[in-house]
Design a binder for this molecule. Structure first.
Ligand code: CP
Ligand code: NVA
Length: 308
């Protein structure tokens, strides 16, 4: 069976835990090494990842390339618009061809059905680098960051503020797998995908909507937000207005636990979903979170190649 990583549940809770443990070990083992130098064991030596982008990216693009270098392999970054995919070659045929040429495929695309189709026809692992539905690699980095900062996942109280988007869907999915709780501070009309909520609740996670942003944040261990307008979405004034009460500012953050962490997948829209005082403040771990994209994805790649 080829190991695709389209959502966190493709791996499951035990594998997610194995990946975060592996990431912690490997990150510690390479402290002080030049960033592009391969880890001593170079476990993906000779392997090539094709990284396809149908949307913009800074972190996903750079972190997958660096992850492959550090694992001893290499990456070919492809803009979908300059591939034949961009002028009508089918996803299925693209999957068949790339599977003959490279060892794994990472894709950032819009409709989640596209990545499912790619995975259905690929005979090498396919990894989700963000779709409109989910962003599992981001949440692997988020889990790693939270653990690194001394917080155990079971029972953790996570507060989400803002839009019910792809990043929130993957956080909710992680809650079910890793047994933490999520208060969803999202205005009416902007809720996340209910199938993720139902699955997390069925797995025993306390995932609940709190329309009052203060109630969502009260006593939280981790406060998370993201852009109010995701890539591909229209810039809607009505949506921005609905999001206003959910901005993470110092006053809202003060309702969380005193040692609460602030996470944001980035890019941030400073002054919209988060103020400078919070993102640049003492509770913010967003730069660790960004760096951890490399370390977490190395372990996702090792899992996809059957090494974990
Ligand atoms: N967080 C994240 O996925 O960033 P990029 O859009 O820059 O890849
Ligand atoms: N929700 C954002 C995440 C960007 C990394 C988007 O989809 O644009």
């Amino acid at each position: 069976m080829v190991r695709h990583f389209l959502n966190l549940s493709d791996a499951g809770g035990d594998a997610v835990a194995a990946m975060t443990n592996d990431a912690i070990t490997r990150k510690a083992a390479r402290v002080g090494m030049p960033k592009g130098q391969a880890d001593q064991d170079a476990p993906l030596a000779g392997r090539v990842l094709a990284a396809i982008f149908e949307k913009n990216s800074t972190r996903t693009r750079v972190s997958f390339d660096m992850a492959m270098r550090q694992l001893g392999g290499s990456t070919m970054t492809l803009e979908a618009g300059s591939m034949q995919l961009g002028r009508g070659e089918t996803i299925a045929d693209t999957a068949r061809v790339l599977s003959r040429m490279v060892d794994a495929i990472m894709i950032r695309t819009d409709d989640h059905a596209k990545i499912e189709e790619l995975a259905a026809y690929a005979t090498v692992p396919v990894i989700n680098g963000l779709t409109d539905l989910s962003h599992p690699c981001q949440i692997m980095a988020d889990l790693l960051t939270v653990i690194e900062h001394g917080k155990a996942l079971p029972g953790l109280e996570v507060a989400w503020l803002g839009d019910g988007n792809n990043v929130l869907n993957s956080i909710v999915e992680a809650a079910g797998l890793m047994k933490f709780n999520v208060r969803i501070g999202v205005p009416e009309g902007y809720d996340c995908d209910q199938s993720f909520v139902a699955a997390a609740q069925a797995a025993g996670a306390n995932v609940r909507v709190e329309r009052d942003p203060v109630a969502a944040v009260a006593g939280a261990d981790v406060v998370v937000t993201d852009t109010w307008i995701s890539m591909g979405q229209a810039h809607a004034e009505a949506k921005l207005a609905a999001m206003e009460p959910y901005r993470v500012d110092a006053a809202l953050m003060s309702h969380a636990k005193a040692d609460a962490l602030f996470l944001h997948c980035l890019p941030a829209h400073r002054g919209e979903e988060v103020t400078d005082a919070v993102i640049d403040g003492p509770r913010s771990v967003v730069w660790d979170e960004a760096e951890n994209r490399i370390h977490a994805q190395k372990s996702v790649l090792r899992w996809a190649f059957g090494q974990l």
